[in-house]
Design a protein around this ligand. Structure first.
Ligand SMILES: [Mg+2]
Length: 192
């Protein structure tokens, strides 16, 4: 039960760009710590795309502090961050919370007003929750549709199970659908 809670993000977005300055303000977040790979860009894009730079600048201009944490190596992170110039941490070993805490320190931010953004439940969401941060998940940029549904199903599964149990107790007949062949036997075969 607790583990399930640790994996369940507070928000699910279609893209990192849905995390707008307006969203941050409305929800009381003043800082954002983001994953890089498949959250902001696919692995093979080595430098931050212009859209990411514009998004980061818009957040910064609105007063939101932003840091990057990545499980990837320092060369990757440094190159990606070269045009962004953000506090950035590599080899952070998520789901460890250690470097998320370091990122918070580097931003001089409080966990209560910081949102974590990532694409993986088992690394990003878990690390964020261990550090005491709220978490937003986006589908991985690569293989978006497929993995998005996996994420969705994973979150839904326990709730759906509980729901169908309750439902079948309340309305047992509605769920006991007999196969077509048995219904034919009960009704009798149509006569010509
Ligand atoms: Mg990632």
């Amino acid at each position: 039960m607790l583990f399930e809670k640790m994996l369940t993000p507070k928000f699910i977005f279609g893209s990192y760009s849905d995390v707008t300055p307006e969203f941050m303000t409305l929800n009381g977040y003043t800082s954002l710590i983001s994953d890089i790979d498949n959250t902001l860009a696919p692995y093979e894009i080595t430098e931050a795309p212009r859209e990411v730079a514009d998004w980061a600048r818009a957040l910064k201009d609105s007063g939101v502090k932003l840091a990057l944490v990545s499980n990837n190596h320092s060369d990757r992170v440094e190159k990606f961050n070269s045009t962004l110039g953000l506090p950035a941490f590599s080899d952070v070993k998520k789901p460890s919370a250690k470097y998320i805490e370091k990122a918070l320190e580097s931003l001089d931010a409080k966990k209560e007003s910081t949102l974590f953004l990532g694409d993986q439940l088992l690394t990003d969401a878990l690390a964020a929750h261990r550090a005491g941060l709220d978490c937003a998940i986006v589908p991985p940029i690569k293989d978006k549709k497929n993995l998005f549904f996996k994420v969705k199903r994973l979150i839904e599964r326990p709730y759906m199970k509980k729901f169908s149990k309750k439902f079948s107790k309340k309305f047992p007949k509605k769920l006991s659908k007999k196969p077509e062949t048995e219904l034919v036997k009960e009704r009798g075969m149509p006569k010509n």
